[in-house]
Every structure is written in structure tokens, then in C-alpha cells.
Design a protein around this ligand. Structure first.
Ligand code: TRP
Length: 334
């Protein structure tokens, strides 16, 4: 454990409002574990939302809602500062400097960006969208992040961060010859993302196939009724194939104690899809009951949540200011 001590983790997420259970499984659960062993910083990437949406009406509220879900899921904002990117001005400053250290061609090679361009049918890319991994590099390196917990899609961005850190360190060493920045590594989340209720590879707000952390048992049951299952199993008595059923994936995650019984019931036909769905819906509801309870309390005190963010921002700013003073000194600016 001692090699973990003192290491810094920077994790970040775009504020998209209320989070779903896919966020929990893909990221939050992992972050909660990591805060035990590392110094964590939790960044709300509000400026990043501008890359694909200039309607800022909901950004503030979405950030608060996301913070509520983070805290309710077990992230301790006292231990690990939680803050909005837009409130620590050093992010934009370091972003500017970093943008001089990477070429346009390198940014255009980014496979995640290429996918976004294809998915969103973008004709002509916005300058800030092309450059958003550079802002992400600033997010990570301002806090000297050693590790960045990410899904596969974000690995190219950590690669870009590594490259920028290397170039900066070489060009601008400290007076004593040492480097300012670590070369961060991606920490891939273990459990694959949860599939959406429609069978798509992941849950996503825009696909409307999610179960929210705030959904109560009744809502979960209603949503689950519409979930896709093995299309060859139409009624109770039909034999099903759990390995192609997304409801079974949910059982694996949230009902591992009864997994053999569920598999057996599905393959033999004794368990109908409706009953199977209602069983997992109530398990999921039970699993998230403590999160729901906590988030209900936090919802009633949004001013308190904002205060938590402001406190995190104060602490984050201190670290960021220190890094920037080192950067300016090494660059002999000011
Ligand atoms: N780029 C990430 C996303 O689109 C969000 C993000 C911004 C981030 N800054 C970060 C993730 C720093 C990890 C570290 O989801």
C-alpha cells in the first residue's frame, strides 16, 4: 500500500444532470474505493460541455445534481476536493500554454474525436472541440495527477496528456533540473459499462435507456418492464438464453447471490421474463436505497451542496495556483 501513498488521482466527468446506475458501475463505485488509498480530486468538467452544446441554461444546475449523486454515492468531499473546472481559472491558463505544445495534426488523429465527429455528424469541427483533450491535460496536470480513472474512450486523451507533460518537462525544467509534471497513467475501470435498457452497449441520457440513481422502486419496475430480453423467449415456459439477455447482465452485477437460480430458471423456462425483471428491479432498488435516501436529503439543501463545491474550489485553487507559479517560474514569465 505504501507505493500508493502520496499518489494523486484526478477524476473528471461532464455534468449531464442526474446520474444513472451505469455511471455508478462504470465510475463512481471505483472512485469511492480509490479515495481510501490515494489523494483524489474530483473535477466537474463544466467548460467541457461547451464543446458540443452552447446552451448553458442547465450547466449550473446539472453540476449541482451531479455533485449530489457523487456525494450520495459515497465520495467524501472533505477528503477529496470536489470542484467545478470553471471556478478555478488556472485551468484556462494552463490550457493556453499547453495548446502551444501540440500540433493540430496530432489532435486530429484522436480516435475518440473521430467517433464523435461521425456520431454527431459534425461537418466542421469547432476549434475548442478539437482542443478539448488539451484542456483535459490541464485538468489533470494542474493537480499533478499520477493516475486518471477512465473508460476506454478516454484513454487517447490521457495519451495526449502524457505527450504534453513530456514536452513541457523537457522544454521547461525547474531551476534544479527536475520536472514539474508527472507522466500520468490511465486507470481503466474494471467492470464493463452497464448496457442500456434497450440493449444498446451503454446507458446514456441521450438514448433514454437509463435507470437513474434517483429512480424509486416503482419507476425502476416500470422502466424494467420495457427492457429487452432474449427475443426468442416470448412467454414463461420458453427456454431462454441468459448470455444474450441484458437483464441477466443486471442480475450478474446486482444479484450475484441468486445468479445460478436465475440462470437455471431462464434456461429451463421455469422463470418468465416478467418475474425475472421484477426480481432484478427490486434488487436494484434495494442496492441503491441508501444512495437515494442520502440524495433526497441533499436535494433539500442545494445551497449546502454549493457550499461544499465552493470549499472544494478553494482547496483546488490553492494547489492550482502553486502549480502555475512553478510553471511561470520555469518559463521565466512574470
Ligand atoms: N473528457 C471527459 C469526458 O468527456 C471529462 C473530463 C474532463 C475528464 N476533464 C477530465 C476526465 C480529466 C478525466 C480527467 O467525459
Amino acid at each position: 500500500m505504501s507505493d500508493k501513498k502520496g499518489k494523486v488521482i484526478l477524476s473528471g466527468m461532464r455534468p449531464t444532470g442526474k446520474l444513472h446506475i451505469g455511471h455508478y458501475v462504470g465510475a463512481l463505485e471505483n472512485w469511492v474505493e480509490l479515495q481510501k488509498d490515494y489523494q483524489n480530486y474530483h473535477l466537474i468538467a463544466d467548460y467541457h460541455t461547451l464543446t458540443t452544446n452552447l446552451d448553458t441554461t442547465n450547466v449550473f444546475n446539472d453540476s449541482i445534481e451531479m455533485a449530489i449523486d457523487w456525494i450520495a454515492s459515497g465520495i467524501d468531499p472533505v477528503k477529496s476536493p470536489m470542484f467545478r473546472q470553471s471556478q478555478v481559472k488556472e485551468h484556462t491558463e494552463l490550457f493556453l500554454i499547453f495548446s502551444m505544445l501540440i500540433t493540430k495534426a496530432r489532435l486530429e488523429k484522436n480516435p475518440t474525436l473521430k467517433e464523435q465527429i461521425k456520431d454527431m455528424k459534425i461537418q466542421s469541427i469547432i476549434y475548442g472541440h478539437l482542443g478539448y483533450p488539451v484542456l483535459q491535460a490541464a485538468d489533470i496536470l494542474l493537480y499533478k495527477g499520477d493516475l486518471v480513472p477512465v473508460g476506454e474512450d478516454q484513454v487517447p486523451h490521457v495519451e495526449i496528456t502524457r505527450q504534453i507533460a513530456g514536452v513541457f518537462n523537457e522544454k521547461f525544467p525547474k531551476n534544479d533540473g527536475r520536472s514539474i509534471f508527472p507522466i500520468p497513467e490511465p486507470k481503466i475501470t474494471q467492470f464493463a459499462r452497464l448496457p442500456g435498457l434497450d440493449g444498446k452497449a451503454k446507458m446514456s441520457k441521450s438514448l433514454d435507456n437509463t435507470i437513474l440513481l434517483s429512480d424509486n422502486e416503482e419507476v425502476i419496475k416500470n422502466k424494467m418492464k420495457k427492457a429487452f430480453t432474449d427475443s426468442n423467449k416470448l412467454r414463461k415456459g420458453d427456454k431462454g438464453n441468459p448470455d444474450i439477455c441484458l437483464v441477466y447482465t443486471y442480475h450478474k452485477k446486482f444479484n450475484s447471490g441468486e445468479i445460478n437460480e436465475i440462470r437455471e430458471g431462464c434456461t429451463s423456462g421455469a422463470l418468465g421474463c416478467f418475474d425475472c425483471k421484477m426480481r432484478i428491479a427490486s434488487k436494484i432498488s434495494g442496492f441503491f436505497a441508501p444512495v437515494r435516501e442520502k440524495r433526497t436529503l441533499l436535494e433539500k439543501d442545494k445551497d449546502g451542496v454549493l457550499d461544499i463545491l465552493k470549499d472544494g474550489e478553494k482547496r483546488a485553487r490553492k494547489v492550482a495556483e502553486h502549480t502555475m507559479s512553478e510553471v511561470r517560474e520555469a518559463m521565466k514569465i512574470g
